[in-house]
Design a protein. Sequence first.
Length: 255
Amino acid sequence: MRKKTKNTKSPWFIKSSQVKLVNSRFHIFDYRKPRPKPGAIDDYYLEFNNINGVCTDFRMLDDSMHFRAKNWKLKERSGLTIKAFNALCNIHNKGMDFDKLDLRMPCSVLQGDLHFKYPGFKYLDEFIHNTQWKGNLKNSSICLAELSIFDESLKDHPEKMQISTGIAGTFDNLKLKKVDALIGSNTKIKGDLLFEGLPDWRTTYCDFEFDEASTSVESLSKLLNQTEVPPLLSRLGEMNYKGRFSCQFIDFNFQ
């Protein structure tokens, strides 16, 4: 008797030297959740529109893609605007890798490499909690006003950060390693930083190990978007510090 064989399907494969995106869009949403308010990014309702750009060396195997993104432009429903996105990309059911990253927003610039690991595509609506970040940013700049999609209190924030750092953890439990940052004109930071509780920065717990930190009361007030600093700090004027510093932004504790 002839032995039956299993009917296994070969994975489908697409290859192209170049793919052009013209006014494309990508939406991921959960209609069981309430619609988000304008101006705020929501991991249950992501809506990328007006995607334009080029993919070279494009390969797709089942649900995995490899390509080089060149000069992508797009806009998310929250107002997040990408003016140029260039990277070597690998996207699959368990993660995303962006090497040789050069991402430019109207004000911010991110350069380096970023890697994301998650349980599967269907869990991306909870990326703040379940997605592991790993990577490095080099010679990057972040305008704090462009982070208002996570916290509206940062809208029109005047400060800009120049930063190089290693990144690890989830967004709500984020570790920055070997940070070298300049915020505004005279707030300088070198060391390791831990943030627990983002994106709500006002209640986020911070545990910082500073190799070097210097600022002034005026600069610190600007950084905290005119939040009143504790009386102890307001009497110090110019500040230089080395050591451990833990706080919520409503409660400071030096060690």
